[in-house]
Design a binder for this molecule. Structure first.
Ligand code: PLP
Ligand code: ZN
Length: 416
């Protein structure tokens, strides 16, 4: 077998089944690979000759035999952010831009693609998830594309764009009056009663592997090199752990030179169980009650909190958190310097990165990658009130010249 589920702690094998928790010790299950059998299939040339999407890394993903991809997901732009770097007084700054990941404009398209490949393999006809918004969009869209029935569970107070952006695909959307953590607990109970594929419950070990593709792409797009630092937003804490796993695999397979990479986690202060634990030197999180505009990151009891803390501290990295006003300011800064409109989670990443530069935890000569994971068009409500809607002027040149005269003296950039 090329891969199978094993317990992260007691290492018992469970084969390939829709299951996320070890029945012996109640620890999470993870996909383990036989790298010796994979090695011949993964060379830089073979990957480069693959399709321009995550399926170029299929040999490194848990995909059932005879799986045929139905959507080009991922391989998002990777850019040198010189304008942003100048603004914050640094250099060697890069952005991994999953604000434009297809099909639904967040990195969650990657995890859902791998989860649904396995949902099909396990014979489910209905897929489901608990979501803070982006996972709902990605699951609903890809369920439609692949002919699954789809049930989505969300906390009632999500952004309108994420609600409509789920319903439009014909998914059944169930709003729960409660926090994400309560929605997630409910989904675990439903998964015991109904034979559905919950992408982030019983399919979670497979789902989580999809996040590795962010790491593979960063390395390949840097010219098969690893960066010095990665700054990554954290909700459940899975993405940051899986980028690290991806880098380790590339080293183990001889695709990149071994090199220490520091991992920096980013959270909103209003929901910061992981960054709080890192700052206090704790190995485990204390659950929090979220209160932040960064709804996509508002998980008070993150499933992979323990492993995210471990990834960060063992790498010599750090974790920061930023206030809601700083999130908004960072959304504007990224837009004005790089032309990238990110959602609140991206504001969290950039806001934390600015703090990390200011405190010299990240240095200017180091190669640093910011993971921008979602699109600003889904969270425009947080910018309401930031910009004036002025009275319209008549369609006459003289009117415009008058307007221009009045405007020129008072114009200033929003982000100084
Ligand atoms: C879900 C999400 C994250 C965090 O992912 P985890 O793997 O749960 O830590 C980051 N950014 C966005 C936009 C998300 O939707
Ligand atoms: Zn176990």
């Amino acid at each position: 077998m090329r891969y199978e589920l094993r317990c992260r702690e007691c290492h018992k094998s469970w084969g390939n089944v829709p299951k996320s928790i070890c029945e012996d010790c109640f620890s999470p299950l993870e996909v383990f690979y036989d790298y010796d059998s994979i090695r011949p299939d993964v060379t830089r040339d073979k990957i480069a000759s693959g399709p321009p999407n995550i399926w170029r890394y299929s040999a490194l993903l848990p995909l059932p035999e005879n799986f045929e991809p139905t959507l080009p997901v991922g391989f998002t732009p990777f850019i040198k952010a010189s304008g942003l770097a100048r603004n914050i007084g640094t250099k060697n700054l890069y952005i991994k831009n999953d604000a434009v990941c297809l099909p639904t404009l967040s990195f969650k398209d990657r995890v859902v693609a791998v989860a649904l490949a396995n949902a099909r393999g396990f014979g489910f006809d209905t897929v489901s998830c608990s979501s803070t918004g982006n996972l709902a969009n990605a699951t609903a869209a890809q369920a439609a594309r692949n002919g699954f029935k789809c049930w989505i569970f969300i906390p009632a107070d999500l952004e309108q764009a994420k609600i409509i952006g789920t319903q439009v695909f014909g998914a059944k959307l169930v709003r729960i009056s409660g926090s994400y953590d309560q929605v997630n607990r409910l989904c675990s109970q439903i998964a015991d009663e109904h034979n559905w594929g919950f992408v982030n419950v019983n399919l979670r070990p497979y789902y989580a592997e999809g996040s590795k593709t962010v790491g593979y792409e960063i390395a390949e797009q840097l010219g098969w090199r690893l960066p010095d630092n990665v700054v990554c937003p954290m909700a459940g804490g899975s993405l940051i752990v899986k980028i690290k796993k991806a880098f380790n695999e590339l080293i183990q397979l001889g695709l990149v030179e071994p090199k220490p990479v520091k991992f920096f986690g980013a959270q909103a202060t209003g929901c910061s169980p992981i960054s709080t634990a890192v700052k206090l030197g704790n190995a485990d999180i204390e659950p929090q009650k979220p209160s932040t505009i960064a709804r996509s990151l508002a998980i008070g009891n993150p499933a992979d909190g323990h492993y995210a803390i471990q990834t960060i501290t063992q790498s010599g990295g750090w974790s920061e958190d930023v206030s809601d006003p700083e999130i908004v300011k960072s959304i504007q800064l990224l837009a004005e310097t790089e032309g990238i409109f990110t959602e609140t989670a991206g504001g969290v990443t950039l806001g934390c990165a600015r703090k990390l530069y200011k405190s010299d935890r990240i240095l200017p000569n180091e190669t640093t990658v910011l993971c921008i994971t979602g699109n600003g068009l889904k969270t425009t409500d947080v910018l309401t009130g930031e910009y004036e809607t002025e009275e319209p002027i008549a369609p006459k040149l003289a009117e415009f010249e008058k307007y221009l005269g009045q405007t020129l003296d008072v114009q200033e950039p929003v982000v100084a």
